[in-house]
Ligand binder design. Structure first.
Ligand SMILES: [Zn+2]
Length: 490
């Protein structure tokens, strides 16, 4: 049938478009790609020896969308959230009389547990279908922590983590409230699909628009009816496109409230990462609700040991902020901070991994091989520096340029903060370039955003982005090594 064929082709082309869009965003927020390639071309052997972030990371060749607005949002979030430390939010919560929780047209009395219905009202078919929201409203006052999972319908580790965290939680032991949405994207989960049925990525649609696309309407509904009631959000994800991650947090450590939040999850690795435009993490943080992403494993499958690590980390957080009684969930409670960098394939072919997730590797160590099935040419992928394998592609057919290994290098949180600021400024400048604005304009507009009239201007020394001309001196000063960062793909 020609009509069916046409529909099929249309579906395929939309699917391709969605994936391409994803890659573009990833390029914007993952400047390590260029750094990596530049480093190779310049024959500089290790990332740790490259000392010039401005020169290496800016390499405008990507077909960028228009994320300038979103970047502004992130920067605006910096100004807003820096004033709302979680302790303060928790204190004001505690001061208020601890009474009924009003959520989704329901009044929940203290010391109760309930499953509420969230109707996004925008699922295909035109009928109403409830998305379950599990709420444990504690006996005593405390913060309101929200868990979201399966915003991407193919990412199920987070669903299991949310279930395990909430299932044995007794309201009488809890100070504060847990609001858990174990399956945000029911539409995608049914079809085992990352995206929504309108082929859009729900995690690029926040904070959403009541009159926008389907994804945007669902995002708006979630954001206004639930997320705005949270003091902090932990958004659970997994690797995409047959990639898997060791359990880890992605957090923008340049924002004090987010850095504070990220420091309470026990010994789980924390990666500096600017939120992708339209992500729940970016939108919630910009609205004054510190948010981190927890990445666990890969799509489609459940990895029990990684799930257990995620559960342990979340329980550590709830204990650390005194929502649960202090416990021994985590023997070594210090988080480990990483800069991370994706290593990409130069050629297409069959990838065979030679390292496992979480493995420590030395500079020059063989990580994997990619064999071209036609020419029999084999590409060997070696680690460019001493690293921990934080993420990797599963053995599969890859194309040239595929992100294969996410390699982490330990850093201090101060290093990562500084690097995050530099990268933000570079992204702003790069976007300005693509929009035909001068770099001066980009700097001017960013300054306006980060220090609105009613707020005191930040101290020039820490907030001022490096001048272009100072790029060559950066590496010689106390500025830490260049920080790439990966969002593949939150
Ligand atoms: Zn995801």
């Amino acid at each position: 049938m020609p009509r069916q064929l046409l529909l099929l082709l249309l579906g395929l082309s939309l699917s391709t478009y969605a994936t391409e869009q994803e890659e573009q965003y990833e390029e914007v927020l993952n400047p390590s790609l260029h750094q990596q390639q530049n480093a190779k071309q310049a024959k500089e052997p290790t990332a740790s020896q490259t000392g010039n972030p401005a020169a290496e990371i800016i390499d405008g060749d990507t077909g960028l969308p228009d994320p300038l607005d979103s970047i502004e949002t992130v920067v605006a979030g910096a100004a807003e959230t820096s004033e709302i430390a979680p302790e303060i939010a928790a204190d004001s919560e505690a001061e208020a009389a601890w009474g009924a929780l009003s959520l989704l047209n329901t009044e929940l009395s203290p010391n109760s547990t309930a499953t509420l219905d969230w109707y996004s009202g925008h699922l295909p078919g035109g009928f109403e279908l409830a998305t379950p929201v599990v709420v444990v409203h504690g006996k005593e006052p405390g913060p309101r922590v929200c868990l979201t999972a399966a915003i991407h319908g193919d990412e199920v580790n987070g669903v299991e983590i949310a279930r395990r965290v909430v299932q044995n939680l007794k309201a009488e032991d809890l100070k504060g409230t847990i609001i858990s949405i174990p399956v945000v994207n029911i539409d995608g989960l049914w079809r085992k699909d990352r995206y929504m049925s309108d082929r859009r990525d729900l995690n690029r649609a926040f904070p959403g628009d009541a009159n926008g696309s389907t994804a945007s309407r669902v995002a708006h509904s979630l954001f206004t009816s639930i997320i705005r009631h949270c003091d902090s959000v932990i958004d659970l994800h997994s690797g995409s496109m047959f990639r898997e991650n060791i359990s880890q947090l992605r957090a923008d450590l340049t924002l004090p409230a987010v850095a504070e939040l990220a420091s309470h999850f026990g010994a789980i690795p924390v990666l500096q990462s600017i939120a992708p435009p339209g992500s729940l993490r970016g939108a919630a943080t910009a609205a004054g609700i510190p948010t981190v992403v927890m990445e666990v494993g890969g799509p489609f499958t459940v990895d029990v040991s990684l799930v257990e690590t995620g559960v342990k980390a979340l329980r550590s957080y709830l204990s650390a902020i005194d929502m649960l009684p202090r416990s021994f969930f985590w023997s070594s409670p210090q988080p480990v901070f990483y800069a991370s960098e994706w290593l990409r394939s130069r050629q297409g072919g069959i990838l065979i991994n030679k390292v496992t997730l979480g493995q420590r590797v030395n500079q020059g160590q063989l990580l994997g091989e990619i064999s071209n099935p036609i020419t029999d040419e084999v590409e060997m992928l070696y680690s460019p520096f001493d690293a921990v394998v934080l993420g990797r592609a599963q053995d599969q057919f890859v194309s040239a340029g595929y992100a294969v290994f996410n390699l982490g290098e330990r850093r201090s949180i101060e290093d990562l903060e500084q690097q995050g600021e530099i990268i933000k400024q570079q992204v702003v400048e790069k976007n300005a370039e693509h929009m035909g604005l001068s770099k001066d304009n980009a700097k001017h507009s960013e300054t306006n955003i980060s220090s609105p009239a009613e707020q005191p201007a930040p101290p020039a020394s820490s907030e001022e982005p490096p001048a272009e001309s100072s790029a060559t001196t950066l590496g010689e000063q106390t500025t830490p090594k260049p920080l790439p960062q990966g969002n593949e793909h939150e």
